[in-house]
Write a protein that binds this ligand. Structure first.
Ligand code: AMP
Length: 283
């Protein structure tokens, strides 16, 4: 695996690859890698000839300074995991490499309603920062294919919208959420949980599963209320539990009116904020 820290070096290498007809797959990450990230790398390796992974803890998408400061960083372990997964290129830039013109470069794309509910409400500015860095990294890497996780469902919807707005030829693939044996979605933030908090966290996936089981008997509004109640246990503070349309992210009323329905939730377990989602229906 090749490691690049400078944008120009990476671009020179990838231009040569593309000139030879090598297809480039891209997996952007913030590091502290786990099997969820590895599954994206493997999918890219299986589909394209050159897989590029970026590790960049993007300051512009953190709405809480403490969250940025405490974000886990495990570069040595990450490199070993990537090599084991068959990744070809790792891009680990410093902030100035990604934002040579400063971090305040605005993104001229309107995400409309997609960026408003759920994470948009609870993490103001997060999606603007996320889209800014994804766009910048795509400009640098210029991949044929981009692989992102279902774990961050709203993020995926926004990136899809951005690629559509830009009329980008990049093929975007959603990779399934990889979970621990007890159902907890893998996340870099899980390593910040104490053993007691870790023991509570599977309740998130259990609640999503119960919501799905109740779809045939309860209305969306009732499911949502029950889920918020189920998640309100000592040690967990639920932020939201929403049943939304899989494309528009608007709240659903009658399930039959939608091709795809997804339940999305975010909770705080102590200082750690965790998100998860489950597809309720897809026709
Ligand atoms: P992050 O490093 O958290 O920014 O995530 C980088 C990419 O990995 C994003 O596309 C995430 O959606 C994806 N990802 C994170 N956790 C998981 C998981 N448990 N399963 C599958 N993909 C994931």
């Amino acid at each position: 695996m090749l490691l690049f820290k400078k944008t120009t070096d990476l671009q020179r290498y990838l231009s040569a690859c593309r000139a030879e007809g090598t297809s480039v797959g891209f997996v952007p990450t913030m590091g502290a890698l786990h099997d969820g990230h590895v599954s994206l790398i493997r999918q890219s390796v299986a589909t394209t000839r050159c897989t590029v992974c970026s590790i960049f803890v993007n300051p512009t998408q953190f709405n809480e300074a403490k969250d940025l400061e405490k974000y886990p960083r495990t570069p040595e372990k990450d490199i070993l995991l990537l090599m084991g997964a068959g990744c070809h290129v790792l891009f680990m830039p410093e902030v100035d490499e990604v934002y040579p013109d400063g971090q305040k470069t605005p993104l001229d794309i309107d995400f409309g309603y997609l960026a408003q509910p759920m994470e948009g409400t609870h993490r103001p500015g997060h999606f603007e920062g996320m889209a800014q860095v994804v766009r910048r990294l795509l400009d640098i890497v210029q991949p044929a294919e981009l692989f992102m996780g279902q774990k961050d469902f709203q993020q995926f919807a926004i990136v899809r919208h951005m690629l559509e707005q830009l009329r980008s030829p990049i093929k975007l693939t959603m990779c399934p959420t990889i979970r621990e044996a007890d159902g907890l979605a893998m996340s870099s933030r899980n390593m910040r949980l104490t053993p007691e908090q870790r023991a509570l966290a599977p309740l998130i996936f259990q609640t999503l599963g119960n919501a799905k089981a109740n779809m045939t008997t309860l209305f969306a509004e009732q499911i949502k209320k029950e889920a918020m109640l189920a998640l309100s246990v000592p040690g967990i503070v639920p932020e939201y539990f929403e049943m939304v349309d899989g494309r528009t992210l608007r709240p659903v009323g009658v399930f039959e009116d939608h091709e795809m329905v997804v339940a999305c939730t975010a909770v705080r377990v102590g200082e750690v904020r965790l998100i998860d989602n489950l597809v309720m229906k897809q026709s």
